[in-house]
Structures are given as structure tokens and as C-alpha cells.
Design a protein around this ligand. Sequence first.
Ligand SMILES: [Zn+2]
Length: 643
Amino acid sequence: MAAGACHDGPVTTTDHGPAAPVAATALRPLRLRAVRLDGSFLGDLQASNATVSIPKGAEHLEQQWDNYRTVAKGVTDTEYHGPNYEDGEAYKWLEAVAWEAARGDDPRLQEWLESRTALIAAAQDEDGYLGTFVQSGRRAERYGQLDFDHEIFNMGAMIQSAVAQYRATGRTALLEVARRAADHLHRTFGTGPGQREGFCGHPVAELALVELYRTTGEQRYLDQAKYFVDAHGRSILAPGNPQRAAYLSDRIPVRETTAPEGHAVRAIYLAAGATDVAIESGDTELLGALETQWQNMVGTKMYVNGGLGSRWDGESFGNPYELPSDVAYGETCAAVASVQWSWRLLLATGSPRYADLIEWQLYNAVLPGVSLDRSKYFYVNALQVRADADDTDSRAPGNGRQPWFGTSCCPTNLMRTFASLQHYVATGTDDGLQLHQYAAGTVSAHGLELEISTDYPVSGRVVITVVGPSDTSISLRIPAWADGAEVRVRDEVIPGAAGSYLRLDRVWEAGEHIVLDLPMTPRLVHGHPRVDGIRGSVAICRGPLLYAVEQVDQPSGVLVDDLVLTDPRLTEVPTGGLPNITGSGAVHRLPENLYAATPAGLADVVPITALAYYQWANREVGPMKVWLPYQPAVSSVDARTTS
Ligand SMILES: [Zn+2]
């Protein structure tokens, strides 16, 4: 199949079989094996995901597969393992296995694909229904509780897993299961004769069905995704209960929604699925509404790290500017979903702001979800943990990362994201290649063969070698934070405008180098004045990374909770990898009473040490803060007179 003629899925093109017509997008994904990550930051992340996280995931999920075994045997009176949505999480793990199988030679990968696929196929009902919770007799009827039983969600995750398995390996066994499930959904839900109105309280099938359409070329799967998207917003799932409807993204139709609300993961999966529908059906009005929704999310409802969802209650978005640091929810899955959404908007529009957010969330909202040794996970990602935090919920950051959760969405979502990371690196157009994310490795597409060497984000230097001659243009994303970026080509130094693509039109000779230098000087970020809890505070950033202060790095006797940054000048401290950052500060003088007539002054001058936020809670779990109170003008005088 010629490169330009094959169909473009959201994370990769398929190498196999028939496909739907190519949608008119600004950018197109590359073929499956066009990008290879090779060592350095993202490559090492992908490799350790394969060698540690995925095998451990297999162990954690082992019991889950017993549900399929009992269903296949027709047994209904045995113990059921896990919550009603755990089928879906097992499929996410299997999706990670599929992406890895396209690249890795671990024989376990093939065995897992074969054995788990066989179990899934054996459990599927004759008419295509698949959902072990209901099939094992935990409900008297199918679809009795659409708002919370996750039946369509589970089938959606299975379809995603099947598409990944097909694209990665050419295996069709799970794809056949997916087709039968999708046909069952198509027969069951809609406005036609014999169908019923409804959709799942937890979106994901919308994304999955568009992917199945792209993979098979069957229009009915796109139609079904469109139906599910359009069915939202009429309170079908929560009649007369606007609060519940908001939780379920069912209060306002998608094309009238101006900012995401309710359960964050649900809202963003729905937005991503709706974006896929808009792309494939050429619905520019829907796409415009989704861009507005994205803009308002980023402008009023997103934490500085890219985290989404400020309320534990309903795992939900709060009101605009309601972004408390200490009780932030910021579910890891919400950031994963947001990366998926931004990727679709990037393809649709070509706007660098979407690639910017993908990078920012990958480093600062997705990556913090897993420990440096890739064996433990955060479900919730707060931006502050106080001294003596008393959290009983295992999801609370004050308890540290956990080996697993009874609801395993976050670990399995991380696994499939890291296993498919290379898909987010580059795209193509008829006349060019666009590099969106910077990582060491190779890119081979659109008549270009590139070798990329970099230790980014340790340094900001990216060296791109054009291996063979080519006249394909190369566009480099200059991140919005990268004021002062420069590109050197031949003897020319070209300034890169932050928040844009720098397009290089050349007739490339074999062996030519392009050197991109992104400025990595530490910088301070201020919050919007309407975000109350961070008013008068700053966050430290360096390149694509947000930093945090962690108790273990501060001088003895100095509590993170009391730190104030008093000087804008920051210094990098080499560590052999990512540098730490130090600055000058002071500690608050602690008043006797909770409330007083005068503000608390500053006491001792102290150095402040920060590390990349994603690295926190890997040595010990103690107080941590992203936002530091900032008093640069008065503090130096105050500190001198009081220390
Ligand atoms: Zn999750």
C-alpha cells in the first residue's frame, strides 16, 4: 500500500487490510514503524515500560482473566473478580502488549496476545455481546444500568485493543471479536426500529468505533460513534438530575458544550471521540465547538502541570479557576485522555498548541503517575502534600505511589501510552514532515530518513541528521515556552518563534545536520489571579518540565510548608541527569494564632532546592509543593533584619 494512500488512524496508520477513505486533516500520522525511539529519555521510558510495567501488569491482572474462563464455561455462581469495568482495564493492558509486540521480541508478548485473545473470544456471546460482569450473572439483564455498568465502555476498550493488535501484528482474531461486538452495539442502540436510545455513562466506545471504522472501512461503525456522541446532552441517563447528568457528560450536547464539566476522564474521552467523529464526518461545526471546549479547559480548568479534575467528589472538573493545589484530583487517566484528545486536534488543525500540551502533559501529568522504577503508580496527582497529611484513601498522594489499584485504569492507561509513545513524535503532509516531540531515535517517512540524537529534556539540544538526500520539507515545533530557540542549518542560524513550527524547505544532502537549540534556563511561572490558592506564588519550570520542592531536599529543620522564594534568580545543580534547581528563600515566621491582624513576616534565609515534579515521591513520601509563595522585593530586607 502506498504511503499516501493508506488510511490514517489517530495514533498510527494501519499496515494491514482495507481501510476507510482518508479524512481531510491538516496532518497525518505516520506508518506504524516509521518512528523508533532509541534510548535517551522517552526511549528509556518505553523500554522500562516493556520490561517492568507490562509484565507486572500481567501478574496483577491474572485473576481478572478467570472471569472470562468462568463465562466461557457458562458458570454463573462463582466469585467475580474486580469491579464491573475491570474488563476494560485488562483490554488496555492487552493494547500495551500489542504495541510492544510490534517492536519487542519477548516471546511472552505473543503468548499473551494469543492466550488472552482466545479467552476473550471464548467468552463472547453468540450475538456479539461481551461483558463478563453481566455474563457471569451479576445483573439480571443487559444494559439495565447504562450510567454505571460500563458494558459499552468495556466493549469499547476491547475494540481499541483489537485495532491496536491488528495494526501492530496483523492478527485478526481479536478484530473479529471487535466486529461482532460493534455490530451488536449497532443493532442495539439508536433511533431505528428495534433499537433503544442510550449510551454508556463512561465514554470510550466513541473513540473505539471510529478506529474500527478507520481499520475496516465499515461506515456503520462511524455512524454508531456519531450516534453515541450526539445522544449525550439530553439527560437520557439522568432524567431530572442535572448534577448527575453533568457527571455523565449528559447535561449539555457536545456541540453546545463550551468547557468540560463533570467526571474529568469521561468528559475528555467523550471530547476525544467527538473530535474523531468530527474529523471523519467533516463536521467543522463540531470541530470548532471542541476547539472552544479545549481552549476553555486550558484557560480555566487545568492545573499548571496539565492535570485535570480539581474535585475528589465525582472525580470531576470544578468551576472555572477552582484549582486547589492540595486537594487536587488530577487523575492520571484524565491526562492520558487529554493527550489523546490533543493529538486528534493536532491532526485536524495542525496547530502547535496541541502538540505543546501533549508534551507538557506527558512530562508533568502523565509521567508523574509512575515511579522511576516503573512499578508503582499514582491515581491522584496533587500539587501539594502537607506535613502530617492524614490520608486514608490509597489514591491519596500522601500515601505514595501504589503497586496497583482495585480500579486499575491508571496503570494500564500509562502502559498503553508509553508503549505507543513514538506515534506522537512526528506527522506528515503531502510535502513535508513535522517533528512535534523531541527524542533520540529514527524517523523514516515521506522520503526522509532522519537520525535524531539528543538527551532532551536534560539539555535542549537536538541534532537531526538527514541520512539520505531528499527534498521533503522538515518542520520543527518550537514550544510556546521556548523564547530564544535557534536552528542551525548549514551555516545559517535561524531564530525559531516560540509557539510555532519552523519549516525548513531544502534539498537535503546525505549527512546534513540540523541543530535545534531550545533554551532550558529555569523560569518562573505565575498563576492567574483568580486561582485563589496560588495567588502571590510562583512555580519553577525548566524546558518542558515543571519543578517541585520536596522535603527530602531541604535543609534540616526547614519545612516545605513554610518556604517562601525571595529571589527570581535560579541556579541549575547538575545531578548527572536532569538538573535540580536552587534558589534563595526564607521561611515564614509562624504566628501564634491561625488568624491575626498583621501578616506573618519572614524569618531565616534558606536555600530552596527543587526537582522535576515527576520525580517526587521516589525516595520518600513527605511534604511537597509546586507553588511557592513569592516575595522578591520586601523579603530581602525583611530576611536581613530578622535572620
Ligand atoms: Zn485512572
